[in-house]
Design a protein around this ligand. Structure first.
Ligand SMILES: [Zn+2]
Length: 229
């Protein structure tokens, strides 16, 4: 487990002075954790309604040619129907995307998010699952029948497995997807000192949601936006 300062120092050498600024609201103020979640929620409503604005929270006078100032990091599935810039109606440079099948919090995903938090100073992480997630379905099958998919897909199933095993046998697919999101969010907090300390310091909020492909709706978990864990 690396310290916040250690990760920041390592990251700073990678990107130089590009962290001198942060994502900004339209009035020029720095995006806070709660504002970041609000921007995600508002963007998801624009996506659902079809009234796109392609918002940009890059600080005034700055260009993504010279750096990046994302206002949130998204841990989401690699599913081709769940691309965050579309779902949250923002431009390039606004979201630090960590994607893999099943939105699992493995070592590489956690390391990527630690970089976003410690170096890029993102004020929010959203763990985003989605309906009809093949990785979750494969894990449900593995838990129920013992049949593993094979190859390195097994590594994904093993990471999702605890989220399924803690549910009753007659759980629904929606419950399985939500449990997997919850499990990934818990893993971030439990396995990353960098992320946990940023949350404790009030510099970072972790939110959870499920994207419903059919309705284009992002269903933020209960307690939004007050609950960080
Ligand atoms: Zn998926």
């Amino acid at each position: 487990m690396a310290s916040v300062a250690g990760v920041a120092a390592a990251g700073a050498t990678l990107i130089g002075a590009a962290t001198a600024h942060a994502a900004t609201n339209r009035n020029g103020t720095k995006v806070t954790p709660s504002e970041a979640l609000h921007h995600l929620k508002a963007g998801s409503l624009r996506w659902k309604s079809g009234h796109f604005e392609h918002r940009d929270y890059t600080p005034p006078g700055h260009d993504i040619i010279h750096g990046q100032w994302p206002f949130a990091a998204i841990l989401s599935c690699a599913d081709s129907r769940v691309n965050p810039e579309s779902v949250f109606d923002v431009r390039q440079g606004n979201l630090f995307n960590v994607r893999n099948a099943g939105n699992v919090a493995d070592e590489i995903a956690i390391g990527s998010l630690e970089y976003a938090v410690a170096v890029l100073k993102v004020p929010a992480i959203l763990v985003l699952g989605h309906g009809s997630c093949g990785a979750v379905v494969a894990t449900q099958k593995a838990v129920t029948t013992g049949a593993m998919p094979g190859g390195d897909i097994d590594a994904i199933v093993d990471l999702i497995r605890p989220a399924i095993e803690r549910l009753p046998h007659d759980h629904t697919s929606a419950e399985a997807i939500r449990s997997n999101v919850q499990h990934s969010a818990q893993t971030l907090l439990h396995q990353s000192g960098t992320i946990a300390k940023a949350v404790e310091a009030g510099k970072l909020r972790i939110a959870k949601a499920v994207y419903i492909i059919g309705s284009r709706e992002v269903d933020f978990f209960a307690h939004y936006p007050a609950h960080a864990g």
